[in-house]
Write a protein of this length. Sequence first.
Length: 147
Amino acid sequence: MRNLIYILIITIFFSCNKKSGELDLCGLGVLKPYYLTGLDYKGGMYAIKEKYKQEYIPVKKGKNSGIVKIRFDVNCKGETGNFEFETYNLNYESTTINNSIVNQTVLIARKLNNWIPGTDDDNESINSFKFLAIKVINGEIKEILPK
């Protein structure tokens, strides 16, 4: 019985290292904001914008103006996962926009695979969370934040 309890405790501990089962987070699974950890992307925002410029196909039909805010985690190995998104109109009010715009912007974010993990005070790689806000006007990307 005692061994069963130890196995149960160990199983619970290790299962807490994942958020929604999609991404293996390092250590205890603690996430810190990108601006506190120094999380970066190889080539910086320029490389992220270039990826969107190369892959995004403008959408001319439907409700095609708004902002897609994409939030995701980056673990200590630079791997991404746990993607979530919200959509807003240009006045930052919650709304829905064209599914093609949302699907493309999230898919491109998932393809960004050159993340440089953030670090703690001891210069050890740690888990971070990041967001991108993609501003689309008349089906075309006009801005990607944060800059």
